[in-house]
Design a protein around this ligand. Structure first.
Ligand SMILES: [Zn+2]
Length: 341
């Protein structure tokens, strides 16, 4: 028989055209599926057999194939291993996009960096030196993510700088599991903290750099990376703590809401960035907690990995809290002004 849509020659009984994906024999598929659904209550064995038959006609990389394959697995859970003939697992297409050629990637990053420096230099009190230093610190943070992604061979966009939102990298490929996502997540704050510590060391050890600018850069570097450790997606802390338990996000969410309301009612400032983070966080939290509840293999990582990530996270957060308070005190003591974010 031929496909009514593209005319490709198809084997008898085919349900979905192998060339164009059109449903060729919808009634037959519906009949089988209805029969299988009716059988599920009284005779799961028969239902699994019927579902098994529909798979012969469906492409292995289609959504229905994956869904039905999963249903057969659930129905045959209590049955002897050989009750249902073996079923080929679905083929999962990863939505992969290749990396940009490197001149384009560099152009995107450097272009958006220059734009950010220009805007910060004009709108922030620190002038262009502070703007350039701050954007460089953000680049160090982003390169930490990039190195971790290179290590795991993950495809991603180059870092793009967005004035007043910082910088971001879009993963073009899903990480294989929560452990890899956590390591890619902690790479940024880890590198960023080293960058801010270098600013502090330059301030401390190089007499020519014993300036307020250097100390300000160290301070804002510390607080930037500390903020990114808040355990809530889409921040880095959200990606890291998901490897321990996504329920930790509840603390991050509560902290975000408290900070937002505190600023609104006590300081009378409306923090748009916070609102934006909340806006992105809520749907992701809902979806992940649901998937997590279903014992998703994505979150099945070894206990040792979970503990290592948790230890790294707590250590880094403690270092950043101390460093932030320390530099804040130094700036007040040495230069007589108070910094806040
Ligand atoms: Zn980051």
């Amino acid at each position: 028989m031929g496909c009514p849509s593209c005319g490709a020659r198809l084997a008898d009984g085919t349900l979905v055209c192998t060339q164009c994906g059109t449903l060729v024999n919808a009634e037959q598929l519906n009949a089988l599926a209805n029969e299988a659904m009716r059988a599920e209550q009284e005779n799961p064995y028969a239902a699994a057999q019927l579902w098994r038959r529909t798979l012969d006609f469906l492409p292995r990389d289609s959504e229905p194939y994956a869904a039905i394959h999963q249903r057969i697995g659930q129905l045959s859970a209590g049955m002897p291993a050989d009750a249902i003939p073996p079923v080929a697992p679905p083929i999962q297409h990863r939505r992969e996009r290749a990396n940009d050629p490197w001149p384009l990637a560099v152009a995107k990053t450097v272009g958006s960096m220059l734009l950010s420096v220009l805007i910060y230099a004009n709108l922030l009190p620190g002038g262009w030196r502070f703007a350039a230093g701050f954007v460089a610190l953000m680049l160090v943070h982003e390169m930490g993510h990039v190195v971790a992604m290179w290590y795991y061979g993950l495809s991603a966009s180059p870092p793009i700088f967005i004035p007043f939102l910082g910088a971001l990298i879009n993963l073009r490929q899903d990480p294989p599991n929560a452990k890899v996502e956590a390591i890619v997540g902690i790479g940024g704050p880890l590198a960023g903290t080293v960058g801010a510590l270098i600013c502090y060391a330059l301030y401390h050890y190089v007499p020519a750099l014993h300036t307020e600018l250097m100390l300000d850069l160290a301070y804002f570097g510390f607080i930037l990376n500390l903020f990114n450790l808040l355990p809530v997606p889409p921040l880095d802390g959200g990606r890291i703590t998901a490897a321990v338990s996504p329920w930790i996000w509840m603390f991050g969410l509560a902290a975000l809401v408290l900070v937002f309301l505190g600023q609104l009612f006590l300081q009378h400032t409306f923090n748009f960035v916070m609102l934006l983070i909340l806006f992105f966080a809520l749907p992701r939290i809902r979806a992940t907690l649901r998937a997590h509840g279903r014992d998703n293999p994505y979150y099945r990582i070894s206990r040792a990995s979970s503990w290592t990530i948790a230890g790294l996270y707590v250590t880094l957060a403690a270092v950043l809290i101390l460093a932030t308070l320390g530099t804040q005190y130094l700036i007040h003591y040495r230069f007589g002004h108070d910094v806040g974010f």
